[in-house]
Design a protein around this ligand. Structure first.
Ligand code: UTP
Length: 458
């Protein structure tokens, strides 16, 4: 057994856990590298790892459930009236400075294969503006529209934190009030190989992954951001994912309904396009609580089940747009209620005598929607897919850069059509800067578009 002053108890624990292979390169390490490895190991809770590995052997059987009720898009005059009432209450809540934005951007973006934080990916179909810039400009636009500052929380992870902070610094926080942009890291935890053992990422470090978007609630608390928000009088956090350029970050109707329903958390839903679409669905468990069941955990018969009208019974898909009350987050994080971990079998780089190879292993992640069943009151609102959901997950194909840009272009065209502004036939790509308009109503009545293939309205 190796030894190192001050760390011998830890070393013994590592051997006892059957992870002595992490010392395979010990003799070739410098003193600093040895200390680095030991410090990383000292942060690992080996009992927790065993419990996590046990999850890989357990079949997930979701509790019995039925479809969750949701508020559909307005169709009747009464429903339109309700939506208008919600909009006005939402505007009051926003103008009272009670709402902040919260983007989760700590993911590894492995499917996109982009070198750098996903938020720095240039998504603007004409402008090539990045996801972060588009989100920042939307927030700026809402600030101007509602005459207030909107704090913005950005969750990163170890791998992209520094690059994210530098990006915002270099771009002067896109004219937002820097003191109200909170960038903080989520926790990481070790991934395991197929035998439940730690994986070396380099001769002196352990491969770890961020603890999932569900780690965001803990990270808000641990970073001190939640406390800052409470001090600022923020009551509602508008949660979204960095890879959705269409998200309406501050939506008065959604916020108004959330307030009207006295909800601790609210979510947006859209109708699943087809049974196999890889999004979770909103359900109501037998204990009466509402939650989301992941696509992969849906029993086959339920995935295809139809109602009496021939529509999918489990139709309400989750698009990871939520509102969370800061008091609710405080109650679960201070009460040490942890969200459960889920297992994902993925390709993981492992450092070996022959260099780095990819092995199949397990990553453990928390999902933010597991907070929903912890609420006493929550609310689900239907939204229009084309207006709010353009996930950038893959390089090509489904949910890719191409599909997201096409959806963006189509939405901007739709806004112009709604304003009776003609789009010349020659125009192939069109993009509207959020600083010009975040919705169709912001566009002036008379706007003439140039006869160009690519048009950027700013
Ligand atoms: P995804 O699950 O799509 O993961 O994250 P990803 O990292 O973007 O991409 P892949 O799966 O590696 O290809 C959905 C959202 O949740 C955030 C991501 O940044 C994205 O906004 N996320 C995910 C985190 O903030 N932390 C995590 O640990 C995981």
């Amino acid at each position: 057994m190796i030894s190192f002053e001050g760390y011998n108890d830890l070393i013994e624990k590592v051997y006892q856990s059957g992870n002595e292979h992490v010392f395979a390169f010990w003799d070739s390490l410098t003193i600093d590298q040895k200390r680095h490895l030991l410090q990383e190991l000292s942060l690992i809770n080996f009992d927790e790892l065993n419990a996590l590995y046990a999850l890989t052997k357990k079949q997930v059987v979701p509790m019995e459930f039925e479809p969750a009720p949701f508020t559909r898009l307005p169709q009747t005059p009464e429903e339109y009236k309700e939506f208008e009432k919600a909009r006005l209450i939402g505007i009051d809540t926003i103008k009272a400075g009670k709402v902040a934005a919260f983007v989760v951007a700590g993911g590894q973006g492995s499917r996109l294969g982009f070198d750098g934080p996903k938020g720095v990916f240039p998504i603007g179909p004409v402008s090539k503006k990045t996801l972060f810039q588009i989100h920042a400009e939307k927030i700026k636009a809402y600030e101007i529209k509602f005459g207030i500052d909107i704090p913005w929380c950005i969750m990163t992870s170890e791998a992209n934190h520094t690059a994210t902070v530098e990006y915002f610094e270099n771009n002067n926080y896109f004219s937002l009030n820097k003191s109200k942009v909170f960038i903080f890291k989520q926790n990481m935890l070790p991934s395991l190989d197929e035998h439940g053992k730690l994986i070396l990422e380099s001769p002196y470090s352990i491969f770890r992954n961020p603890d999932g978007h569900g780690g965001s609630l803990t990270a808000l608390h641990q970073s001190g951001t939640l406390e800052e928000l409470l001090k600022l009088g923020i009551e509602v956090l508008s949660y979204f994912q960095v890879d959705n350029p269409l998200v309406k970050i501050i939506d008065p109707v959604f916020i108004g309904f959330h307030v009207l329903h006295n909800a601790e958390a609210s979510s947006k839903t859209l109708k699943k396009a087809y049974p196999e679409e890889k999004i979770g669905v909103f359900v109501k468990f037998t204990n009466g609580r509402v939650g989301v069941v992941e696509y992969s955990d849906m029993p086959q018969e339920k995935l295809y089940e139809k109602d009496e009208n021939g529509n999918l019974r489990y139709l309400a898909g989750s698009i990871a747009i939520h509102l969370f009350n800061t008091k609710f987050i405080e109650s679960i994080t201070k009460g040490n209620i942890t969200l459960p971990f889920h297992v994902a079998k993925k390709s993981i780089p492992q450092y070996t005598m022959n260099g780095t190879i990819n092995i199949t292993g397990y990553k453990f992640e928390k999902f933010v929607f597991d907070a929903l069943p912890l609420t006493d009151h929550n609310f689900i609102l239907e939204t229009i897919r084309e207006e709010e959901f353009a996930p950038v997950k893959n390089k090509t194909g489904v949910d890719s850069v191409d599909t997201a840009q096409e959806l963006m272009i189509n939405l901007y065209k739709k806004w112009l059509v709604q304003k009776n502004i003609p789009v010349p036939k020659v125009v192939e790509k069109i993009e509207i800067s959020p600083l010009f308009a975040v919705e169709s109503d912001d566009i002036p009545d008379f706007l003439a578009l140039p006869q160009q293939k690519e048009v950027y309205i700013s």
